[in-house]
Design a protein around this ligand. Structure first.
Ligand code: SF4
Length: 336
């Protein structure tokens, strides 16, 4: 008997993540129209506060049509409130500029150094603490990583390298390979950590080439996702997390506590439970970094602590993230 096997020429080709990236929604009116909210277009700011709207269509598909308060929509939709100048909210909220150790290298904490691997993101999150960061001047990838690698080579107290940005998985897999070839000679480095929102907002990025690269790395590998609401975590994200774990990657998640998005105990409980279901451990719940343009997202510390107390009463300890704040100059994140 001849068994039919799928004819690759007839099977629909997998959509390349770069095409999906390019096809992102970048116009507020289009985004609102896709959700049946075109009547709200008049409330959009006339300018973009230097930080344009950008959201992949797969992420838009997880938003609830007709709901102007949708927790995914509120993370990406520009608001007039971003133009308010609020005391204490500044362009460099966590002291990144003062912790530069070499071009594209931030060295804040003992044993760890962070590479600003890319200035690009698939999604622009309105609360982003690096929304004003001058990526053009500060990229580690410039000059084939030379300065960044030299800093890591000279400091043998660094045993963990963190790839951040922007989103480091915005780089091509070839570029990532170039970087890790440079790291391979550093015997003091034992862990590679990647901070990325791409497995959540564009899970197609976790493709065969990326998994082959990850699977072949000699270090322990950690990928820290960034999801703030359970609705972000659909079946495509679950599949991406499964593939990452199969490639030997420990998958964690960090969230930001955001007014109007996840500032209630039900939302936080659902987020932790859904994260565990897709294979990611809740790690940090960050208090908002006080970046200019994001004050309307802030939840005060007393309310945040109260939420955590209620969350601890509902969940097993391993599903309760650590509530922390990052303050410039501190030797670690500060537990609240
Ligand atoms: S993906 Fe991360 S770095 Fe990029 S805009 Fe969102 S929060 Fe900022």
């Amino acid at each position: 008997m001849i068994t039919a096997s799928p004819n690759p020429r007839l099977s629909p080709p997998a959509v390349d993540w770069r095409e999906l990236w390019r096809d992102a929604v970048t116009d507020g009116r289009e985004l609102l129209a896709l959700l049946g909210l075109q009547h709200l277009a008049g409330q959009l700011p006339a300018a973009d506060a230097g930080f344009p709207l950008r959201v992949p269509r797969g992420f838009v598909a997880r938003m609830r049509p007709g709901d102007a308060g949708d927790p995914l929509l509120l993370q990406v939709l520009p608001q007039l409130a971003e133009f308010a100048r609020v005391p204490g909210f500044v362009t460099d909220a966590v002291g990144d500029m003062d912790s530069r150790a070499a071009r594209g290298v931030l060295h804040k904490y003992e044993g760890r150094a962070l590479l600003l691997a890319s200035g690009s993101c698939a999604i622009n999150c309105r609360y982003c603490f690096r929304r004003h960061f001058p990526y053009g001047e500060e990229m580690a990838a410039a000059g084939q990583w030379r300065q960044a690698l030299e800093h890591l080579r000279q400091d043998d107290s660094i045993n963990e390298v963190i790839l951040s940005g922007g989103d480091p998985l915005a780089l091509s897999t070839g570029k990532l390979e170039e970087l890790t070839r440079g790291l391979a000679g550093l015997s003091h480095v034992t862990r590679l950590r990647i901070h990325s929102r791409l497995p959540v907002v564009l899970p197609q990025r976790i493709d065969a080439a990326l998994l082959a690269w990850l699977g072949g790395l000699p270090w322990q590998k950690v990928l820290v996702l960034h999801a703030n609401h359970a609705n972000e975590l659909d079946a495509s994200v679950a599949e991406a997390c499964t593939r990452l774990r199969e490639a030997g990657v420990t998958v964690l998640n960090q969230s930001v506590l955001l007014r109007g998005i996840n500032d209630n105990v039900d939302a936080l409980q659902q987020l932790s439970e859904r994260l565990f279901a897709v294979g990611a451990m809740p790690y940090y719940l960050h208090q908002l970094d006080r970046v200019q343009g994001a004050a309307h997202f802030e939840v005060d510390d007393a309310e945040a602590r109260e939420l955590m107390a209620r969350l601890r009463a509902r969940l097993p300890g391993y599903l309760v993230p650590k509530l922390v704040r990052e303050l410039a100059g501190d030797p670690s994140k500060r537990p609240l």
